[in-house]
Design a binder for this molecule. Structure first.
Ligand SMILES: [Zn+2]
Length: 59
């Protein structure tokens, strides 16, 4: 019996637009839903963080 190498479709990663806080000075960022502060500062460099939307892999 011949088995064809029937390739399953590669699982595609799912990305979701997520609101984050992005540090203005370094690459640090965090999901907004995890931050309770109204105007958070970067935990690494203590710079101001800007609200942005980032595509985050969810699957
Ligand atoms: Zn920073």
């Amino acid at each position: 019996m011949a088995y064809f190498n029937n390739r399953k479709p590669t699982a595609e990663h799912v990305y979701e637009d997520t609101v984050i806080w992005q540090c203005s000075s370094c690459n640090c960022w965090s999901r907004k839903e995890f931050i309770a502060e109204f105007e958070p500062t970067c935990p690494i460099c203590h710079s101001k963080m800007n609200e942005e939307t980032k595509k985050i892999r969810v699957q």
